[in-house]
Design a protein around this ligand. Structure first.
Ligand code: 6PG
Length: 260
């Protein structure tokens, strides 16, 4: 997809014994990146992943890094949100607030949630504007894109990531930084808001977390080297400009676990 021309780091694969070890490895990456970002740029901007996999990571960050991470210089964003109120059990913000944001001293104005209680189009427009205010505003250079220091992501069995689903209009968006999206029929919450591919590909470090046998198929698809049209899969298209790392457990790694 030539229109995505931007330096992207080769995909690294880290295989851990289980989800607890995946969460520990990811917490170490986040802590390192946070310190580096604040030292280099005076601020750390991270986009949190939704779904269930990162819950243990967020709990670990709150338990182990409440005192030693620069929360006063950290800005938290979200890769996507389900269009439900924050108190809904399906809310990505609600989960992050419960497990992390309510347990660390991050200034409330530095948590940039997606307003899931609003209709998707309106929530997407507001979030797009918030991203633009947070990353340069009117002074942003032409063609600039929101640049997270770290973008945390999960991956679905169909290869979606954030709420960029295969074959979706949202996946083709190149101008806006956040758009409304629709998850496939049968998904828990279909109305979504997601950051777009250019934003994810502008992130400095991109970290995909996956655990469980259910993700083995997509890991094989992405890392197996088969001549499949992998570039159609959102999870295959996302990459950081400086680092792209998948941190997965043995159950998701399948044959790749034995390679270690
Ligand atoms: C969401 C996520 C989505 C998620 C994957 C994996 O809002 O659902 O952003 O992209 O990361 O579906 O979800 P699990 O971690 O629950 O397997």
């Amino acid at each position: 997809m030539a229109d995505l021309a931007r330096r992207s780091a080769e995909r690294e694969l880290v295989v851990c014994d289980d989800l607890a070890k995946v969460s520990e490895a990811a917490a170490g990456e986040v802590a390192r990146a946070a310190r580096e970002a604040v030292k280099s740029r005076g601020r750390f901007a991270i986009a949190l992943a939704g779904g269930g996999t990162p819950r243990a990571l967020y709990r670990l960050l709150a338990a182990r890094h409440r005192a030693d991470l620069p929360w006063d210089a950290t800005h938290v964003f979200f890769g996507d949100e389900r269009c439900v109120p924050p108190d809904d059990a399906a809310s990505n913000f609600g989960m992050a607030r419960a497990e992390l944001l309510s347990r660390v001293p991050i200034p409330v104005e530095q948590v940039h949630r997606i307003r899931g209680e609003l209709p998707a189009g309106e929530a997407a427009r507001l979030y797009d504007a918030e991203l633009r205010r947070s990353f340069g505003g009117a002074d942003a250079a032409p063609g600039a894109v929101a640049t997270f220091d770290v973008a945390l992501l999960g991956v679905g069995e169909d290869g979606h990531t954030a709420s960029l689903f295969p074959g979706s209009e949202a996946l083709e968006e190149r101008a806006r930084w956040a758009v409304a999206a629709e998850a496939p029929p049968g998904t828990e919450v279909r109305a979504r808001v997601t950051v777009t591919l250019p934003v994810l590909r502008a992130s400095r470090e991109l970290c995909v977390l996956a655990a469980g046998e259910g993700k083995r198929g997509i890991v094989e698809e992405i890392f197996g080297g088969a001549p499949a049209p992998r570039d159609a899969l959102p999870a295959a298209l996302v990459a950081g400009t400086e680092r792209t790392v998948w941190i997965i457990d043995r159950a998701a790694a399948g044959r790749f676990a034995r390679a270690r």
